[in-house]
Design a protein around this ligand. Structure first.
Ligand code: AVJ
Length: 321
């Protein structure tokens, strides 16, 4: 794995396969079928997500990179230099490198569910920053994690970019922020990337791209269930459906059954009416004030906020004191 061995925050490979099966069975059993979005990211799903990030309609990645470039000096002053930088995510992105270059952490600790993504990120970052101590943690951050002990007095900063926090309900996001507040301790800080509320037409386009890459990303979840759990989903009989649910402030993604059908997952059989959906993802959007209120309820003091020049995306600097 590189200079430091990989810590497993939750479980090994077999246990994760079993957890995937359990999530799928539990998710397809209730009246409103739903699957957790963390399962999108097998190798094929991760490649599709990278294509999404390059789509003209998907403004999020470019807006966050642009604001990071534009404000990297101020962001680094906020985060401080030489501390422990912990990232929820694999750290493959360009913006992570900008942040590492500007803050020169004593330890960089990426936390990701995918060991493959972590391995790749460790190799790439190891080449880009030869002196950097990297301590990867393979784990599912939607559950409590065992983290390797931090070095004593260094300031701890948690980086959670990409609006991944949008996958959590506001209540779950608050619990997550409370957990990270506990992880950094007093004097710590957090940088969170959050997609902003905006014109519903722009949001709709970002999740219904003309090339159908988002549709392929959504449908790959069924392909993954077929591959890994021996299921028999017919991908031609499901359609990608995404819309902005304005009252709840979130994009919802679904896979809609085009015909009445039943599907086998191992020994389990699930019936679908025509038009019935599997809810596969929520992507919550927050105004600056809304997100600051949420963070404050989780014990953080809202410090700084940076946005891109078009006002599409926000990076929140939160302070623990
Ligand atoms: C990685 C969760 C931020 O919600 O925009 C992209 C995932 N889903 N297109 C998002 C996603 C469909 C993405 N996040």
């Amino acid at each position: 794995m590189g200079r430091e061995h990989l810590s497993r925050g939750n479980s090994g490979i077999d246990a994760r396969r079993a957890a995937f099966r359990q999530d799928v069975i539990a998710g397809l059993s209730p009246p409103q079928k739903a699957l957790p979005p963390k399962h999108f990211y097998d190798a094929a799903g991760s490649r599709l997500f990278e294509r999404i990030c390059r789509l003209p309609e998907y403004y999020l990645t470019r807006a966050e990179l642009a604001l990071t470039r534009a404000h990297v000096g101020a962001i680094a002053r906020f985060a401080g230099t030489g501390g422990v930088l912990m990232e929820y995510g694999s750290g493959e992105s360009l913006k992570t490198r900008l942040l590492i270059r500007a803050t020169r952490p004593s330890v960089y600790m990426p936390v990701d569910i995918s060991e493959d993504a972590l391995r790749l990120a460790v190799a790439k970052l190891g080449r880009a920053f030869p002196g950097l101590r990297i301590a990867p943690v393979a784990g599912d951050f939607s559950r409590p994690l065992d983290l390797p002990a931090f070095r004593g007095r260094d300031r701890r900063v948690v980086y959670f970019p990409g609006s991944t926090i949008g996958n959590l309900s506001p209540q779950e996001a608050q619990a997550f922020l409370r957990m990270t507040r506990g992880q950094v301790g007093p004097r710590g800080a957090m940088l969170v990337g959050v997609d902003l509320k905006k014109d519903a037409g722009l949001l709709h386009a970002a999740y219904n791209d003309a090339r159908g890459v988002t549709a392929a990303f959504n449908l790959n979840l069924l392909a993954r269930i077929n591959r890994e759990l021996g299921a028999d989903f017919d991908l031609r009989r499901f359609a990608h459906y995404a819309f902005y649910n304005a009252p709840l402030g979130r994009i919802e993604m679904h896979l809609v059954s085009l015909v009445p059908q039943s599907v086998n997952v191992g020994d389990h059989r699930f019936g679908f009416a025509a038009g019935e959906s599997i809810h596969t993802e929520d992507s919550y959007k927050y105004s600056v004030a809304e997100f600051q209120a949420l963070a404050a309820q989780a014990g953080w003091r809202p410090g700084k906020v940076w946005t891109d020049s078009k006002g599409l995306f926000a990076l929140h600097g939160l302070i623990a004191d």
